[in-house]
Ligand binder design. Structure first.
Ligand SMILES: O=P(O)(O)O[C@H]1O[C@H](CO)[C@@H](O)[C@H]1O
Length: 291
């Protein structure tokens, strides 16, 4: 069966899903977390879990990628109510861009105020090493350049304005907090910051493409995150995002390296614990209206 490629989800569709979820858990999350490839361990840190398989949630897509479990987990992280997507959706799975970002609007309607996203990405910046954690300060939204923006189509003002600003998409205070927390945890040697570039995938980049992206100012490349960030900002949530540099992008015709998903997942395993500690420590420090 092909994935559902329905384009638009109305406010009422999103509300129906959010209400369905809220009826089944007492957790009222302020933080929504999205786990990247091989980084789903963050969800396991949640206490007093109430978890739903994506296939059981009305309107939700299914995870089709290895390393994305396909569960929405509610619970608390050091006492803070959170909801965590253990697995995200990507354009290359065949879903519409509105469908892959639908969970972000559901986060909003659940009461989430801060979205924290993680992803696995290839390093373009020559100073980056495999295992580095990059705090995302900005993005290049390549599908958006070609008109594939999650906000295309009729705008519902209940979510946000027609033309949302993106120059402040990545919350600067949260970036500084990540740097400070990372230093305190002793991660200074592998904590970096940079620009994330999203491509449609699923093929990895050619050498010429990688060189071009590097010249354009990208430090890391992947196949997710930016559409989710656009939707989160459109509806007024704060955004923080991290890339785990899981592989060095091949920039040289003489290289014998070949990008592959197994390496991506393996690096995720090796660095998962530190990434989880960084995000969970930040969750305890983020101030919300009623905590
Ligand atoms: O961005 P996440 O979901 O971490 O996954 C990344 O890893 C996969 C490639 O190995 C691609 O889906 C890429 O986007």
């Amino acid at each position: 069966m092909f994935p559902d490629t329905k384009n638009g989800y109305t406010y009422e569709d999103c509300k129906a899903t959010a209400d369905w979820l809220l009826a089944q858990t007492d957790v009222r999350p302020k933080v929504g977390i999205v786990c990247g490839s091989g980084l789903g361990g963050l969800a396991e840190m949640l206490k007093d879990q109430v978890a739903f398989n994506y296939k059981d949630i009305p309107n939700f897509p299914q995870s089709t990628v290895h390393g994305h479990a396909g569960r929405l987990v509610f619970g608390t992280l050091k006492g803070r109510p959170c909801v965590c997507m253990q697995g995200r959706f990507h354009l290359y799975e065949g879903y519409s861009i509105q469908k892959i970002t639908l969970p972000i609007r559901i986060f909003k309607l659940l009461g989430v105020e801060t979205v924290m996203l993680t992803n696995a990405a290839g390093g373009l910046n020559q100073d980056f090493k495999v295992g580095d954690i990059m705090i995302i300060k900005d993005h290049l939204n390549m599908p958006g350049f070609a008109g594939n923006n999650p906000l295309s189509g009729p705008n519902d003002e209940r979510f946000g304005v027609r033309f949302p600003c993106m120059s402040d998409a990545y919350d600067r205070e949260l970036q500084q907090m990540a740097m400070d927390v990372g230093q305190e945890l002793g991660y200074g040697d592998f904590l970096k910051e940079g620009v994330y570039c999203v491509l449609g995938g699923p093929s990895f980049e050619t050498v010429a493409e990688s060189r071009m992206l590097h010249k354009l100012g990208a430090d890391a490349v992947g196949m997710s995150t930016a559409p989710e960030v656009i939707v989160a900002r459109h509806c007024g949530m704060r955004v923080f995002a991290l890339s785990l540099i899981t592989n060095q992008v091949v920039m040289d015709y003489d290289s014998v390296e070949k990008a592959n998903h197994e390496e991506v997942l393996q690096t995720g395993k090796e660095r998962a614990e530190q990434l989880e500690r960084l995000v969970s420590t930040m969750v305890t420090k983020i101030e919300h209206n009623n905590n």
